[in-house]
Write a protein that binds this ligand. Structure first.
Ligand code: UDP
Length: 487
């Protein structure tokens, strides 16, 4: 089964089992394959269907069993999005991923690839690759800006030098004067006591420092100061090869990233086709986050009050009753023709790229943020978890293509109840704030400036991946370097 030819580069891609990691890794594999590299994607059986619809490009898929039951998870729980609300489940999920080491080793033994691109959440991957004498590249799934924030916080711990959770501090040794508060930081950064998760993440950081380098789904011109800064502080090579979503050239591929959309994309496009350019706001909070009914109600009221047309993605199925409890009375009837509620999975990139879509309310997951940048639309930032508060700063303060809705507190979305957190900690966002923020990106005084800056960035993003563009060249440089190193 070993690589048939030592003259062809063969790269193994091993993404973490969450859509925010699987989707861009699949795109990355397509990019490599399009340049003549043999690309193999390694994942677990239940994560395969999300990829099976990809056409045109030959990517080999190898599966390894996910030891859900062995790690104390229900049978079939193989993706972060199937984790119920308990911290223990999340810890068990991480435990299961650690058990993937041996089956991955077996595949490396069998196929003898030239390089392993493995997710940052597999800290052990650097050592395994070394065992087989091949380089390990790390994929984080976020931008250089946020990787640099993370690095600075870990190194200088500025959050330990403020007297309250709400007192702002400047991120030390970091380009630009960017401020954060302790409330906006992930638990695993601010907690004094070591937890399994914080230990695990420390190992992840250490494995980056021992790796061959880092591939980043971003483009140099978007964040030049931070691209340089990150490379310098980690002392590793980095390649900015994004936006990887742009490898999907036709509507069908753009519509089918991740999961099968819950709506016929043609129907959606027909609906958008009846709208004027930049007249619809798209609202989606990524692949994991779920809101409480009361928060959904506030969003609905805020949208209605904003008087903007919208497509709103809600991770809830249609209920049997005539009217949903989480919607104001008569909402859907009143919004007919004006707003679409899309229940389940949206063909996000396809929708964002439509000329009728003129704004994006996002949770600032990096993929969504970059997809918004690529589409050239202003954004309302509504961060929840992970590194999303850092991404918010990039959007609102550095790129100046968005306004924040006013979330102040980080919450743990995976393995904890967002409902409980949002309610108990009082960080739900009220309808007025939503109305105001949506108006600001769609029709307010600042809209024109934001929109023209966003358009410029969108053009830059597309140029970056075209022949001769920065991401195109960076990917070429990486492939050539790997050929020299590995063949
Ligand atoms: N996505 C999608 N349809 C949905 C929800 C999400 O296509 O209904 C895609 C989105 O385009 C992005 C990814 O799922 O590529 C979500 O990644 P992100 O980093 O934005 O957020 P996460 O899901 O990791 O919180």
């Amino acid at each position: 089964m070993a690589s048939e030819s030592r003259h062809q580069l063969h790269v193994f891609f091993f993404p973490f089992m969450a859509h925010g990691h699987l989707i861009p890794t699949m795109d990355m594999a397509k990019l490599f394959a399009a340049r003549g590299v043999k690309a193999t994607l390694v994942t677990t059986p239940r994560n395969v269907p999300s990829f099976s619809k990809t056409r045109g490009i030959n990517i080999d898929i190898q599966t390894i069993k996910f030891p859900a039951v062995e790690a104390g998870l229900p049978e079939g729980c193989e993706n972060i999005d199937s984790i119920e609300n308990s911290i223990e489940m999340f810890d068990n999920f991480l435990k299961a991923t650690k058990m993937l080491q041996q089956p991955l080793e077996q595949l490396l033994q069998d196929f003898q690839p030239s390089c392993l691109v493995a997710d940052v959440f597999f800290p052990w991957a650097t050592d395994i690759a070394a065992k087989f004498g091949i380089p390990r590249l790390v994929f984080h799934g976020t931008c250089s800006f946020s990787l640099s924030v993370n690095h600075s916080l870990r190194q200088y711990e500025p959050h330990k030098k403020v007297s309250s959770d709400s007192e702002p501090f400047v991120i030390p040794n970091f380009p630009g004067e960017i401020k954060l508060t302790r409330m906006q930081l992930p638990n695993f950064i601010k907690h004094e006591v070591e937890t399994d998760l914080s230990k695990f993440l420390k190992e992840a950081v250490e494995s980056v420092l021992k790796s061959y380098g880092v591939v980043v789904n971003s483009f140099y011109e978007l964040e030049p100061a931070y691209a340089e800064h990150y490379k310098k502080v980690i002392g590793r090579k980095t390649w900015h090869i994004g936006p990887v979503s742009l490898c999907n050239k036709n509507d069908e591929d753009r519509a089918r990233r991740g999961k099968e959309p819950s709506i016929d994309e043609h129907e959606c496009l027909r609906w958008l086709g009846t709208k004027k350019p930049n007249s619809v706001v798209y609202i989606c909070f990524g692949s994991i986050a779920n809101f409480s009914d009361s928060q959904l109600m506030e969003i609905a009221m805020g949208l209605e009050a904003s008087e903007q047309q919208f497509i709103w993605v809600v991770k809830k199925g249609k209920n049997e009753k005539e009217e949903e409890d989480w919607l104001p009375k008569g909402f859907e009837k009143r919004m007919e023709g004006k707003g679409l509620i899309l229940r389940g999975w949206a063909p996000q990139v396809l929708l964002l790229d439509h000329e009728a879509v003129g704004g994006f309310v996002t949770h600032c997951g990096w993929n969504s943020t970059l997809e918004g940048v690529t589409a050239g639309v202003p954004m309302v930032t509504w961060p929840l978890s992970a590194e999303q508060f850092y991404n918010e700063k990039l959007v609102t303060q550095v790129l100046k293509v968005g306004v924040d809705v006013g979330v102040r507190r980080w919450i743990r979305v995976v393995g904890d109840s967002i409902k409980r957190d949002a309610i108990e900690k009082g960080d739900s966002i009220k309808r007025d704030a939503i109305e105001k923020a949506v108006k600001r990106i769609m029709v307010g005084e600042e809209t024109d400036g934001m929109r023209s800056r966003a358009k410029v960035l969108g053009e830059m993003a597309k140029r970056a991946v075209e022949e001769g563009g920065s991401s195109y060249s960076d990917l070429n440089a990486l492939i050539e370097e790997l050929k020299l190193h590995c063949l």
